[in-house]
Structure formats: structure tokens, C-alpha cells
Design a protein around this ligand. Structure first.
Ligand code: HEC
Ligand code: HEC
Length: 155
């Protein structure tokens, strides 16, 4: 009798879990692809290529890259980004100089050139593509949060 009940409870638990798994395959990045199969990769979309600054969503955000970085090399042999963003190159390129924080080592000492910690630019800075977000999110920026505490503030 007890084992019968336990089996029943287990079966019910599995049914719920299976239901949850099925539900997961209905939305999100996988689309309708079942979990045990590999879906078709989404098509590549072109990188946005503008000169317009994107608003930062919070003060510490690494600014987004407004221009395309298609085929820009950043590796042991070279850094294409620095050919425009390095201090000495900005007159010619009219690019903003990379931030002074990028010259700081982990002990807070300023180095004469870019800190190795900041060499791989795309670790933090990313270009943009015109795509519909595959999953929704409810990120709220700090100005909106602060405004909520004020009477009649933004929602
Ligand atoms: C050919 C020159 C050139 C190269 C190479 C280049 N950039 Fe830029 N970048 C610019 C210019 C100029 C701007 C200013 C906006 C504009 O005119 O497109 C800019 C803007 C930016 C900004 C926006 C800064 C802000 O305050 O909003 C970021 C971030 C950036 N670039 C990162 C990179 C990274 C990372 C790479 C390498 C993967 C790179 N750039 C390569 C010229 C360049
Ligand atoms: C570890 C993360 C990180 C890496 C790696 C990094 N950055 Fe940044 N970058 C930031 C952050 C955060 C900011 C904004 C805060 C600041 O100024 O430090 C910034 C700011 C900038 C700005 C804007 C400066 C301004 O005054 O408007 C430029 C341009 C830039 N970075 C270029 C680069 C380039 C080029 C590289 C590679 C050589 C690079 N960054 C590597 C995080 C990073």
C-alpha cells in the first residue's frame, strides 16, 4: 500500500516536471525546439553602424560600440581598436580616447600605456545588431527607480 502511494506520488512529480520541461521548449531562445534536439541557428544579422552615442543604462556601463567592428583584429599580434582610440591616434581618427581608467593596473597605479587588463576591448564593449530580443526583460534604469520615490514620479 505504502509503496503504491509512493509510486503514485513519484509519477505525479515526474508528470509535473515533464510538463515544466515541455513548457520551457515553447518560448525563449530555443523556440519550439525540444530539449533533446539541436535547433537551427538563428541567421546572422548585420552590425549596426552609426556615429551616434548610445545612452548608458547605469553610470558604470561600458559604452556600447556604435560602429561596426566587423573583422577588427584584437589578439596577441595587434589591437585594431587602439589604432583609433589610443591617445596618440585620436587627432587623426576623431574617436574618443579610451578612458583614463584603462591605464590603471589592479593596484590603482596609472601605467604609461593601456593596462593589460583592458586590452581585450570586446570583453566589455559590444557592438549592436537590429534584432528583436528573444526573451523579454524588465530592466529599470536608476533614474526611473529614483523617480518612483517622488510624488507623481515616473512608474
Ligand atoms: C577607424 C577608427 C576606429 C576603430 C578601428 C574603432 N573605433 Fe570605436 N569609435 C571610433 C569613432 C570615430 C567613434 C565615435 C563615434 C563615431 O564617430 O562613430 C567611436 C566610438 C566608439 C565607442 C563609443 C564611445 C562612447 O563614449 O559612446 C566605443 C565604446 C568604441 N568606439 C569602441 C571600439 C572598439 C572596442 C573597437 C575595436 C573592436 C573600436 N572602437 C574600433 C573610431 C574607431
Ligand atoms: C574590463 C572592461 C573594459 C575593457 C576590457 C575595456 N573597457 Fe573601455 N570602458 C569600460 C568602462 C566601464 C567604461 C566607462 C567608465 C570609464 O570611463 O572607465 C569604458 C569607457 C571607454 C570609452 C569611453 C571614454 C570616454 O571618455 O567617453 C572608450 C572609447 C573605451 N572605453 C574604449 C575601450 C577600448 C578601445 C578598449 C580596448 C583597448 C577598452 N575600452 C577596454 C570598460 C572596459
Amino acid at each position: 500500500m505504502m509503496t503504491g502511494l509512493r509510486t503514485l506520488a513519484l509519477a505525479a512529480a515526474f508528470a509535473v516536471a515533464a510538463g515544466a520541461l515541455c513548457a520551457q521548449t515553447q518560448s525563449g531562445l530555443r523556440g519550439g525546439t525540444p530539449l533533446d534536439t539541436e535547433g537551427q541557428a538563428a541567421r546572422m544579422t548585420p552590425m549596426r553602424n552609426t556615429t551616434e552615442k548610445e545612452i548608458r543604462n547605469y553610470p558604470e556601463q561600458p559604452p556600447l560600440i556604435p560602429h561596426s567592428i566587423e573583422s577588427y583584429q584584437v589578439d596577441l599580434n595587434g589591437n585594431k581598436c587602439l589604432s583609433c582610440h589610443a591617445r596618440a591616434r585620436t587627432g587623426e581618427s576623431q574617436a574618443p580616447m579610451l578612458s583614463i581608467t584603462h591605464f590603471m593596473d589592479r593596484d590603482g597605479q596609472f601605467l604609461a600605456s593601456v593596462s593589460p587588463r583592458r586590452f581585450f576591448c570586446t570583453q566589455c564593449h559590444v557592438p549592436q545588431h537590429d534584432v528583436k530580443p528573444p526573451v523579454t526583460n524588465d530592466f529599470t534604469d536608476i533614474d526611473t527607480l529614483l523617480s518612483r520615490t517622488q510624488p507623481g514620479g515616473r512608474r
